[in-house]
Design a protein around this ligand. Structure first.
Ligand SMILES: NC(=O)c1ccc[n+]([C@@H]2O[C@H](COP(=O)([O-])OP(=O)(O)OC[C@H]3O[C@@H](n4cnc5c(N)ncnc54)[C@H](OP(=O)(O)O)[C@@H]3O)[C@@H](O)[C@H]2O)c1
Length: 324
């Protein structure tokens, strides 16, 4: 079978397409014939050994997949060949087939396509966990999202609206903000043109923002924290800018606010039952039309490098999905 392989640590343009052996299911595993693979920013890091998860070489990038089950191990009773499913696998998704532990697999209804299902788990899972479990956001609270047109950013807009927040989408261009508006953002801030802190203060009548969702890092983080409300929650999601900011702790004292770390990958390991509940919630919300991952570019498996290039060059609004 075909696979996108990382045989040595290095930039994603060193990935190669290879024929490798098809997997065989262990007793607790199912074989998924992969139809779609969701790419994420972390795929650009994992192949360079710059991500928290460092797989053994060789491996394939691609952390989230959707497809059809083609075989089940002897102990698996919850699934049968032909079932439509999705799974978060962390890596090894960019290939034609994968053996996955049955407990990591979630069924998908007929009205959710494989491309959409493959774009649902990581970004929407992160945002639901961040906003509901970590920030405990309440209806009517204000939510500012940095990098709002990116993968996790777009999902935070939709999940924020589902949870009843007033969403302020922040991004680096007016073009990117158009897609945020279409997703339901109430207010828009172009942080390459305006001062982020003053604009967030202005949009909240001087009160400040209740919850800040930050997947970007760099200089934007402190500017946003300076515009947080009393009792606010600053969610540390990621550092797409490449710079991990150092925050003056006096700000947390002065504003009575919390800086809250969000590590979805660890959460699914440590709190598997909560994760499964969150996944079922996401499938339900997607099936009834409350959320819809926006697939910015569909690319065939063999063009995985082009897909990662779009992400690395900051050109994506939503998700890049590989079709298999
Ligand atoms: N904590 C968790 O559990 C968790 C889960 C998933 C993802 N993440 C992290 O969240 C971050 C974003 O992931 P994503 O998949 O949403 O990425 P993405 O789709 O590429 O979006 C990232 C956004 O960051 C902004 N950005 C600023 N500087 C950038 C740069 N130098 N390169 C690329 N983007 C830059 C861009 O928005 P503007 O141009 O508008 O600024 C872009 O839309 C990553 O660091 C990822 O590892 C964390």
């Amino acid at each position: 079978m075909k696979a996108v392989m990382c045989n040595q640590w290095g930039p994603y343009d060193q990935l190669v397409i290879e024929d490798i052996d098809s997997p065989i299911a262990r007793p607790d595993e199912v074989i998924i014939d992969i139809k779609a693979v969701g790419l994420n920013f972390f795929d650009t890091l994992i192949v360079e050994k710059k991500y928290q998860t460092q797989p053994e070489l060789p491996f394939s990038p691609g952390g989230e997949i959707a497809g059809t089950i083609s075989a089940v191990g002897d102990h698996v009773i919850a699934f049968a060949p032909g079932d439509r499913v999705m799974a978060h696998v962390g890596y090894n998704g960019a290939r034609e087939q994968l053996a996955v532990q049955a407990q990591k697999v979630t069924p998908i209804p007929q009205n959710i396509s494989f491309e959409i299902a493959a774009a649902l788990t990581v970004t929407y899972g992160t945002s639901l966990h961040a906003l509901r479990d970590r920030a405990k956001i309440k209806p009517g609270e204000t939510l500012a999202i940095l990098g709002a047109s990116g993968g996790v950013g777009q999902s935070a807009i939709e999940i924020g609206k589902v949870l009843g927040a007033k969403v302020i989408a922040c991004a680096s261009s007016d073009e990117k903000l158009v897609s945020c508006k279409q997703l339901g953002a109430d207010e828009l801030v172009n942080y390459s043109k305006t001062d982020l802190k003053s604009e967030l203060k202005r949009l909240t009548d001087g009160k400040g923002v209740d919850v800040i969702y930050d997947p970007v890092g760099g200089d934007l983080s402190e500017a946003a924290l300076r515009a947080i409300a009393w009792n606010g929650r600053f969610l540390v999601i990621g550092f797409a800018s490449g710079t991990i900011p150092k925050m003056p702790l006096n700000l947390t004292l002065l504003k009575g606010c919390q800086i809250v770390g969000v590590f979805w990958g660890k959460h699914i390991e440590k709190e598997p039952e909560k994760h499964q509940t969150n996944l079922s919630t996401l499938v339900h919300l997607c099936a009834n039309g409350s959320i819809l991952p926006r697939v910015y570019k569909l690319k065939p498996l063999i063009q995985a490098v082009d897909g990662l290039d779009l992400i690395a060059k900051r050109q994506v609004q939503g998700k890049v999905v590989l079709t298999v």
